[in-house]
Design a protein around this ligand. Sequence first.
Ligand code: GLN
Length: 228
Amino acid sequence: MLCDLRSSFSIVAGSALPVVAGVGGSKPERLAEERPRIGVLALQGAFREHLRMLAELGAPAREVRVPGDLEGLEGLVIPGGESTTMGLLMETGGLLAPLREFVVKHPVLGTCAGLIMLARETVDGEQPLLGVMDVTVRRNAFGRQNRSFEGSVELSLNPDSCEGFHGIFIRAPWVERAGPDVEVIARLDDRIVGVRQDRMIGVAFHPELGHDTRLHAYFLESVAAVRR
Ligand code: GLN
């Protein structure tokens, strides 16, 4: 188990406390001064909600639809949606190679289908993936009766922190295998629902659909850390 917060769980949707170590209360102001150049992949899926949350944090982002949109960006969000469709659109739009090249060099946050796109493989068969993160994911893993639900995720963004996060899961995957260089950052019960490898963060749920900005703030902090 990553950590056990069930008895002390108190942070729920609606909380937007900047509790990530190193992010601190002044970060949104600082980021506003130095405007990080963030992109949100906008081929399909829940990209608008990410744009809204990033803007709320003082980091208005650019929609990425074609390879040229990646130019000059410092970080990228890959949203939830439908990974097979997203993969096909990446393939036909000539985005697979430029995206692979981008995400191995810059911070990236993948949510739900975005996590699937980052994965090396799925257990569900072949589909175009970026394949950059050493994890195997199972799509729609939580079963039919649980296609959409909300749950108390245990989130550990720093080695010495473990917090609750209200996770919104929509036909969500889980991580079935995580390689040696992959750090587990979130669990729901015993399932792995959040991982990090280098500057890549992937979560199976949808932080952009709630009000808790900690994961986006954490992503922006890793963009800021690359600049320093
Ligand atoms: N089930 C979708 C897929 O396999 C992911 C769902 C989501 O992003 N909310 O791609």
